[in-house]
Write a new protein. Structure first.
Length: 1149
């Protein structure tokens, strides 16, 4: 006890001293800056020097405080007592007392309430039996008197599915179809108040709004107010739910909801997702958090639909797997039949339903493929037609528990012509009138919106005293017929799936720095105004455009890779331009924040003060590092740490000298560095460019400055290389580096690398990983393999959507000539690179103390442009005894258990992986963390494989009309983590809920939010820069700052308000795999996990909040806590529930 108390005491005293010094310096600085404004003579220079000195001292102290605080916290933690600075109601814990931290996970294990989709999968035979008229279902019967007491209430919901890009670009669809659809909607709904319509895609709606005049806008508002037009979901797009990350999913929802609130003053109540290729509970969580009460989903495996129809569970309360309460429940309606078009929505028989799509009347362009055309409704046929339709309605109604029936009326890009409105509403009105005139039929039908339907449903359920069943799980992997599983799109166009995440990380970093810069400016001026030279509006417009590009790409034909080639180019160009534009905002914000003398700020768009250290030349190119010219004058490197954690990171830049020094610009302290070769060819090192890597200690959200100078010969540690190639030793050119080990006698010995935590052994022949040892544990089997999948030889072949591999399964990758293997060893990192014809594969170990040293970095550069109908896979083969179970993430938000089932075809056992997957047994867990979305499977025990790229020559008959052959040189990045588990033996049965470990969370955070390196100009006139340290300590390691997003001014459009959306995600985590050495951060105690009070002022100190108000996830005003709950002065307290995202409307300074 004494031993622990002493450093604590010393640390505490030190903190107090440093803090008072800080206050004093701050006061002095303020006073002296005032003096500076007066005309000064020779004193000026001396004064400036003094300030410089003080600044250096101040920064050094600040950073020391951050480091000290972090280390104190983790030292203090094992005692488990209170007193943690961040958390008021609990305590900080370290892995030493791990089990209490797992109560949440434990509490969730084996929950039996409601329906668990994994159990349904175990139960179903997947026999694809012929169901008759409803091919994938069954014959539905009824007596006819079921509705005598409670009449059937039918709500016909007109809709038009508008893809923001697919066969045409967003712009072309808008010009050719969408604007006409919306214009007609306005006229036709105004004509007849009985007509209704729903609209989902705000990207289109907002574009159209900009085109229409004030009078039309007033008409729109009237229609919305009268309940004739309903905006459903209200997202920027109808988002993909497999590949999209929850940051982007939420951001596109915020963008849409904010637009709706501003222009229409309403909020969406019901969700509508009829086309995404499978459905995720993460989306359900976000919709619920955004204040929606209901949702509709459609693309669900046909066998699951049939089962749910038999059980009358097509309507259910979708509950999060991890939620032990009904808090996350949202009412969900699953459409029972094959599609959302008219033939598949009125009832089970498409041949009949198609006759009630009056857009397909004879003489028009559209027809019914079932050979029976619709007929206009006349006095002569109305009885026969009405009864035919009623029969379908009644059959469909038997699949649901209430007597309210939802019948969508629409299809892709419907109501382009005004005449379609006349045809649909005229004919249906006659049928509705007929029903009204015949009360003996016990049916009422009318046009309605989605919320009309759900209101009626809830009314009926309440009256019946019936509650809907709860359901847990997800709806992947989707199959629409036979063995046609939609697992191809989990990987299609992987280049853009990765570019998406690059934009996402850039956007988040920019949002945070921009918000902080604005807050600092207001504080600096003291009058709440911004600095005149800072292009606030321009930058806010860039930020908005960036948000919208990322949002647009979340569309279910965007990030999925299922658009035509020119549309892919259009998306890619938008992503690329947004990254470029956001970088300007980022650079400019960092510039202002770093300047010691703010009066030196200027904005020059064509020649920014600082620039990122890499260049992306086009939408289809990978980033390329810009070589830095070094001299004896120090070059300033500015590093931004976009994570809320203090981290040791390896910063990598390209320089023009093999000798360089890196020092911390504030303290002058030299940093550990390594010079490596830049390989122009696999065996030829560049003589002009060199890679400089150094270890940077980066406080949370900080901007830190380093100086790089050209050093004397031999000053920096250079990497040493060995080359291997079986049979044919390579000739290596590398004049600045030591090369050895060409084909020596011991060449059969495995190649090995190790750092403090891990040792690895690789094949001398291929360089691929074979064994791994987590020190001090035993040597484990972990092999890396590469394999090819081909496609079926029959008519149905893989395409952009479908994965239809040949019967032979995966074939081991083999090459005619042995690969070149290059091993590099240095003090900062060591790696093994294998150069194969179709890919370059690198496994790297960092020699770092922090969490970065505890995982293996894997990177691939893939090029399969020469191939024909092939998919390349990376497979890990381990000795983990996971049986047929593994876990993959859903949208980076939660983990979902997967079961590999032999009764399903191979392609059905592939799942989306947005950021993580793991295998585990009683004693260990192997996690693969990724920086891009792709397909994942565990086909045999111990195995985990990811699909890297796919090149497919043909269309797969889902409307796209082409294959995927626009492959590019594509990068992928991972961290592989092996962890010991304790108490994991119970993990064998049940649909258990699992979380990533804290170490895995931190590793994933670092992987997805790499430090951003900027370079200042080389001239000696560089103004004085000081580090920017907005946080005094790291956030607890289970709390993630999802975003700090400046909101738009409510009066002045395109301008930032003083309000910022603070989005915090408290992650669930697993403690059975606590790391051997403790982590450098604390986490919240779980004893009171449901009511954890967090003091935001202490969490974000010295960042200050003027006021804090909790709001809904999309920051709608009506979701705000009442004015009385506003917290104008400290303490600003927030409740953070585990697994949950919390949104606050704050004013920050
Ligand atoms: Zn669509």
């Amino acid at each position: 006890m004494k031993r622990k108390l002493f450093p604590l005491l010393v640390g505490g005293v030190f903190c107090v001293v440093v803090m008072s010094l800080y206050r004093m310096l701050e006061m002095m600085q303020g006073a002296e800056l005032q003096h500076l404004e007066a005309p000064a003579g020779q004193d000026f220079y001396r004064l400036q020097q003094q300030i410089d000195k003080l600044e250096r001292l101040l920064s050094a102290n600040n950073r020391l405080v951050v480091t000290l605080r972090d280390s104190l916290l983790h030292r203090q933690a094992p005692q488990g007592g209170g007193g943690a600075v961040n958390v008021s109601a609990g305590s900080a814990h370290s892995p030493a007392d791990a089990p209490p931290g797992c109560r949440l996970a434990q509490g969730m294990k084996g929950r039996a309430d409601g329906v668990q989709l994994l159990d349904v999968y175990n139960l179903l035979p997947f026999d694809n039996a012929d169901g008759g008229a409803w091919k994938q279902g069954f014959e539905i019967s009824y007596r006819g008197n079921e509705w005598d007491e409670q009449p059937l209430e039918v709500l016909l919901v007109p809709h038009s599915h508008n893809d923001p890009g697919w066969l045409k670009t967003f712009e072309n669809y808008y010009q050719d179809q969408t604007r006409h659809i919306l214009n007609n909607m306005l006229i036709k709904l105004t004509e007849d108040s009985r007509r209704k319509m729903i609209w989902a895609e705000i990207s289109y709606f907002s574009k159209w709004w900009n085109d229409i005049d004030e009078q039309k806008r007033e008409m729109v508002k009237r229609l919305v107010g009268a309940g004739q037009l309903e905006l459903v979901t209200g997202g920027w797009v109808m988002a993909d739910e497999a590949n999209s990350h929850y940051f982007a999913l939420l951001d596109q929802l915020i963008e849409g909801h904010q637009w709706i609130q501003r222009h229409l003053g309403v909020r969406p109540r019901s969700g509508w997702a009829v086309d995404p290729f499978g459905h995720s509970p993460s989306m359900a969580y976000l919709l619920k958090g955004a204040g929606l009460s209901n949702m509709v989903i459609q693309r669900v495996h046909y066998a699951v639909k049939k089962h749910f129809a038999q059980q009358q569970t097509l309507e259910f309360l979708w509950r999060q797997s991890w939620d032990s309460s009904p808090r996350s429940d949202i009412t969900c309606h699953m459409m029972p039949f094959y599609s959302y078009d008219v033939p598949h929505t009125c009832g089970p028989n498409p041949a009949v339903c198609c006759q009630f799509d009056f857009h397909r009347l004879p003489g028009g362009r559209a027809m019914c493929p079932w050979k029976k055309s619709p007929q206009p409704i006349t006095e002569q046929n109305v009885q026969e037609r009405a009864l035919l339709l009623l029969d379908q309605y009644r059959q469909k109604s038997r699949l649901f528990r209430s007597h309210v029936l939802l019948v969508p009326l629409g299809d892709d890009f419907r109501f382009v012509e005004a005449s379609e409105w006349d045809a649909q509403s005229g004919n249906y009105q006659k049928l509705f009138d007929y029903f009204d005139q015949h009360p003996e039929l016990h049916v009422k039908a009318r046009f309605g919106t989605l919320s009309d339907y759900f209101e009626a449903l809830h009314r009926r359920l309440d009256a019946m005293g019936t509650a809907l069943p709860a359901l847990r799980g997800d709806f992947f992997t989707y199959a629409d017929r036979d063995d046609h599983y939609w697992s191809g799109y989990f990987t299609s166009r992987p280049f853009y799936k990765r570019l998406d995440r690059t934009l996402e990380a850039t956007l988040r970093a920019t949002e945070i720095l921009f918000s902080l810069a604005l807050a600092e400016m207001r504080r600096f001026r003291g009058d709440g105004l911004l600095v005149a030279d800072f292009p606030v509006r321009e930058h806010f417009r860039r930020l908005t455009a960036g948000r919208r590009s990322l949002a647009l790409f979340q569309h279910h034909d965007g990030i999925t890779g299922t658009s035509r080639d020119p549309v892919v180019v259009d998306y890619g160009t938008r992503l690329f331009h947004s990254i470029m534009n956001l970088r300007q905002v980022l650079q400019s914000s960092a510039h202002w924040l770093l300047l010691l003398d703010k009066s030196q700020y200027y904005h020059n768009q064509s020649k920014p003060f600082m620039q990122l250290d890499d260049v992306i030349s086009a939408h289809n190119a990978l980033p390329l590092k810009t070589p830095l010219a070094l001299s004896n004058e120090p070059r300033s490197l500015i590093i931004f740490n976009p994570t809320e954690q203090l981290r040791s990171s390896v910063i990598s830049v390209v320089v023009d000298s093999p000798d360089a020094d890196v020092v911390d610009a504030t303290t002058g302290q030299p940093m550990a560095a390594q010079i490596s070769a830049v390989w122009a060819e696999p065996t030829q090192a560049s003589t002009e460019q060199f890679q400089l890597d150094f270890v940077a200690e980066l406080p949370p959200l900080s901007l830190v400055v380093y100086h790089v100078t050209k050093a004397s010969f031999g000053s920096a540690h250079r990497a040493r290389y060995t080359f291997h190639r079986r049979g044919n030793p390579p000739a290596v050119q590398s004049e600045h580096f030591q090369v050895s080990g060409l084909e020596r006698p011991e060449a059969d010995a495995p190649l090995s690398l190790s750092n403090k935590h891990i040792s690895i052994w690789s094949s001398p022949e291929t360089g691929l990983l074979q064994k791994l040892r987590l020190l001090p544990g035993p040597v484990r089997e972990v092999q890396v393999q590469f394999l090819w999948y081909g496609t079926q030889r029959n008519q149905d072949k893989s395409g952009a959507y479908l994965f239809l591999p040949g019967e032979e399964g995966a074939q081991l990758y083999s090459s005619s000539e042995p690969p070149l293997v290059r091993v590099s060893r240095g003090p900062v990192f060591s790696d093994i690179t294998s150069c194969f014809r179709h890919f370059t594969h690198t496994v790297r170990l960092y020699h770092l103390d922090g969490h970065a040293g505890r995982s293996l970095e894997i990177s691939n550069m893939v090029d399969i442009r020469s191939e024909f109908n092939r998919e390349l896979v990376m497979r890990l083969v381990s000795d983990v005894a996971n049986g047929n179970r593994f876990y993959s993430d859903l949208n980076g938000f939660q983990m979902q258990q997967r079961r590999t089932l032999q009764k399903l075809p191979l392609q059905a056992n592939f799942y989306p992986m947005t950021s993580a997957a793991f295998l585990q047994d009683a004693t260990s867990r192997m996690s693969l963390l990724s920086a891009q979305s792709q397909a994942v499977a565990s086909l045999r025990p111990g195995e985990l494989e990811v699909v890297l790229d796919r090149r497919l020559q043909q269309d797969d008959n889902r409307g796209l009309g082409q294959g995927v052959t626009d492959n590019k040189l594509t990068a992928s990045l991972y961290h592989l983590l092996l962890e010991d588990r304790r108490g994991g033996a119970e993990e064998v049965g049940g649909a258990s809920v699992e979380h990533m470990s804290l170490l895995a969370h931190l590793t994933s955070l670092s992987l997805n939010h790499l430090p951003i390196t900027m370079v200042a100009p080389s001239d000696s006139q560089v103004p004085k820069l000081r580090p920017f340290l907005p946080l005094r300590s790291s956030l607890p390691c289970d709390v993630h700052l999802l975003n700090l997003r400046t909101l738009e001014d409510s009066q002045e459009s395109d301008s930032p308000s003083q309000e910022v959306a603070l989005l915090l995600h408290r992650k669930g985590f697993d403690c059975s795999s606590a790391p051997q050495a403790p982590l450098q951060c604390t986490w919240s105690a779980q004893e009171e996990y449901s009511s954890l009070q967090v003091d935001l002022d202490r969490l974000f100190s010295p960042l200050r909040f003027h006021s804090v108000r909790r709001s809904g996830l999309t920051l709608l005003r009506e979701d705000d806590q009442p004015e009385s709950a506003r917290q104008p002065a400290p303490p600003h307290v927030a409740r953070l529930r585990p697994m949950e995202i919390s949104a606050f409307r704050v004013e920050v300074a």
